[in-house]
Design a protein around this ligand. Structure first.
Ligand code: M1P
Length: 254
């Protein structure tokens, strides 16, 4: 285990604080406030900080700022399947290598046919977003407007369309060890079982942190923060909003 030499200037160099993004650092798919930026900059003088989100890095750059790789010590996009430490990319695995082209093709064909048969008030574009560590599936399509996004979320909450979609995928592909995670408003993520947010902890092993804090808003069973929030090596904190996060941080790290 190598010592935490790069973080030795911090007051608690053996403590890392990880944050979910949507609902924890920012409102869902929106940008970080100036107040939160300042809170994180002050926190970084005391501890090592990182974020772990389900989205890909480009969306996190939109939300947390284009300088995100410099503002956080660890950046974990796609649950840590795309990972950076002090701005340098870390080696990782990929979804397509794991699943193989043949099975992927069957999976994506099923998804596209399923969406074609869905009766929705609106459909837009980008129904499947292919990422390094997962695929993201959206019945309305990822390039809907913010208003359409909010409408779909409400429509889905009333009907459980994504829940049913996930059940049907599980039934159609029982031989694939896949996890389906509904972490946002309009979509769900599909990734190999075990590649949830706990995946990012693999990148921390060599650093020997004594305390790993995690803040998230979807910490309930079935939420995409649940696994890391309940991990035995992690001290989990459940929050409801970014304001909640700031309040808790002030209590924990005065
Ligand atoms: O970070 C939570 C989720 O954010 C987005 O979800 P949606 O677009 O449905 O609101 C996606 O990037 C998703 O992958 C991610 O898990």
């Amino acid at each position: 285990m190598s010592p935490i030499t790069d973080f030795s200037g911090r007051k608690y160099a053996d403590t890392i604080v990880l944050f979910d993004v949507d609902g924890t650092l920012t409102p869902a798919r929106q940008t970080i406030s100036q107040e939160m930026r300042q809170v994180l900059a002050d926190l970084r003088k005391k501890v090592v900080i990182g974020f772990v989100g389900g989205s890909d890095l480009s969306k996190q750059e939109e939300q947390l700022g284009s300088a995100v790789l410099g503002d956080f010590d660890f950046c974990f996009a796609e649950n840590g399947l795309t990972a950076y430490r002090l701005g340098e990319q870390l080696a990782s695995q990929s979804f397509i290598e794991w699943i193989g082209e043949e099975e992927y093709s069957k999976l994506v064909n099923f998804i596209l046919r399923y969406i074609a048969d869905m009766d929705l008030p609106k459909k837009r574009g980008t129904f499947v977003e292919f990422r390094n560590g997962m695929v993201n599936v959206s019945p309305i399509g990822r390039n809907c407007t913010r208003e359409e996004r909010n409408e779909f979320e409400k429509f889905d909450l009333e009907r459980g369309l994504r829940q049913k979609f996930v059940q049907d995928l599980k039934a159609a592909f029982p031989h694939l060890a896949l996890t389906y995670s509904i972490g946002g408003q309009i979509s769900f993520d599909v990734f190999p079982t075990g590649w949830d947010k706990t995946y990012c902890l693999r990148h921390l092993e060599q650093h020997g942190f004594k305390t790993i804090h995690f803040f998230g808003d979807k910490t309930f069973k079935g939420g995409n923060d649940y696994e890391i929030y309940t991990h035995p090596e992690v001290t989990g904190h459940a929050v409801k909003t970014p304001e909640d996060t700031m309040r808790l941080l002030a209590e924990l790290f005065p």
